[in-house]
Design a protein around this ligand. Structure first.
Ligand code: SAM
Length: 443
């Protein structure tokens, strides 16, 4: 027996109770010496026996007393597939945890008095967007997500979050992808479920042959898929390889033609909750000459509902999304500009002259834009957040500029993940517009 064998045979054992979930959804426990450790797949309230062979590397040996919030994960791929990290936690407990994360971010930003929070949670089988990896594996074709913490692909043979229409397309997709000569080893695929049907954008690691294109056209016909776009890995342009009908999608009362791989909110239900929460955060009536500035507008999820309140000046940085929104804007009180807000933020003067500014920034937040916003001080700001850490920083700027927090809605649209969406309304009582009134508009 070697010395290593002796060490291996004598792990340290402890019993701990999980106190809370960390930002990534791991259970967190505190040891007697004050050390905080991460224990994946545990739930606050679980009492567990853990072992370690040294350092902070603790593993759950067994669950001694399960938390009342522990549930049986509904998916047989749970713990293998990297898609859902938290199926072992009751959805109601997840919603409370996500709400706490948003409220913690707002408190960290300086807001001590918090309004009553409205909460929403999407049901299973409602996700209408999928972003999957493609791998050849001998004669098999894997279509799925990365395994947890690994480059391996887990074939999505079942899924509890995906919309049934989207999931039903996976098996025929495997078949057609397997037949493609242009797919040597690997590719990626994004599927959006639009009102017009499935919209597919995929890549391969080789060029498509003429036979591949014929197969894809036949596949689009057989599943009534209006459009399939493709790009070869490494290329920054895609091309349409099958077009069987028009592509359209409703955003509130408007119909848009989203570009391939377009950003949409994760589910139809959550899209409506976000739209309603944004409108609810603004005064029901704005003066005739008022305008709303919308930043990070995408294809117009918020632009069209906002245009029922006042003229909207919308900015978006991704050219195909800006074109989509511009094309659909005629007939609405909506002006659209393509603009990279990281390079060219909207300046304080323009922002200060709007009755309200609505922003829905990407994951990193809107730091540069916040600086101008807090100088311009529009009376109403509605911030749609998909990242509590960025919300904490951006809301801190609003707090420092004298804004009060007037509404918070939490939307759990990525069920069983650590992601959370929030719509927060802020008001500045002594903003330039409230001192001088709407007559200064356009100066
Ligand atoms: C979270 S999405 C919101 C889109 C839209 N509000 C919606 O709900 O569908 C963020 C949007 O910001 C855009 N974006 C990202 N970086 C940007 C930048 N630097 N300047 C302008 N827009 C940007 C993305 O293209 C995307 O449309």
């Amino acid at each position: 027996m070697t010395q290593n064998d002796v060490i291996r045979s004598a792990p340290t054992e402890r019993t701990v109770t999980i106190g809370y979930l960390g930002a990534q959804g791991d259970g967190m426990a505190r040891l007697n010496d004050g050390t905080v450790i991460h224990l994946p797949n545990t739930v606050p309230g679980d009492t567990v026996t853990i072992t370690s062979r040294g350092g902070k590397d603790w593993h759950v040996e067994r669950i001694d007393t399960p938390s009342p919030d522990r549930v049986t994960p509904p998916c047989s791929l749970f713990e293998t597939c990297g898609g859902c990290a938290l199926q072992h936690v009751a959805p109601s407990a997840l919603l409370s945890w996500k709400t706490d994360r948003v409220l913690f971010a707002l408190k960290k930003a300086g807001f001590k008095t918090l309004p009553e929070v409205v909460q929403h949670q999407v049901p299973p089988h409602s996700r209408r967007r999928a972003d999957l990896a493609i791998r050849r594996n001998g004669k098999e074709l894997l279509l799925g997500l990365h395994a947890r913490g690994s480059a391996q692909i887990v074939d999505l043979t079942t899924c509890e979050i995906m919309h049934p229409t989207l999931f039903a397309a996976l098996q025929p997709l495997r078949q057609v992808l397997r037949s493609l000569e242009g797919l040597r080893q690997a590719g990626e695929i994004q599927i959006n479920l639009l009102d017009s049907g499935l919209d597919i954008l995929f890549s391969t690691d080789g060029p498509l042959t003429a036979a591949d294109r014929i197969r894809l056209a036949a596949f689009a016909d057989s599943l009534s898929i209006p459009r399939i776009n493709w790009y070869q890995r490494g290329s920054d342009t895609y091309e349409t390889v099958a077009q069987r009908g028009s592509v359209f999608h409703s955003l509130a009362a408007a119909s848009v033609a989203p570009p391939p791989g377009a950003f949409l909110q994760a589910t139809q239900e959550s899209e409506r909750w976000i739209q309603d929460a944004v409108l609810a955060a603004l005064p029901a009536k704005l003066a005739k000459r008022d305008s709303i500035i919308e930043l990070y507008a995408g294809c117009g999820t918020l632009s069209f509902p906002l245009s029922t309140l006042a003229r909207v000046v919308a900015y978006e940085g991704y050219p195909p999304a800006a074109t989509c929104l511009k094309t659909a804007a005629s007939g609405y009180k909506l002006d659209v500009s393509l603009r990279d807000l990281n390079r060219q933020p909207i300046m304080a003067r323009e922002l200060g002259e709007a009755a309200a500014v609505v922003l829905d920034p990407p994951h990193a937040g809107a730091r540069l834009q916040m600086k101008q916003l807090t100088l311009g001080k529009p009376k109403h700001v509605v911030y749609v957040s998909c990242n509590p850490a960025a919300l904490a920083k951006d809301a801190e700027a609003l707090h420092a500029a004298g804004y009060s927090l007037t509404s918070v809605q939490v939307i759990d649209q990525f069920l069983w993940s650590a992601e959370v969406e929030a719509v927060c309304g802020f008001t500045h009582e002594s903003s330039r517009r409230s001192r001088s009134g709407p007559s200064r508009l356009g100066l």
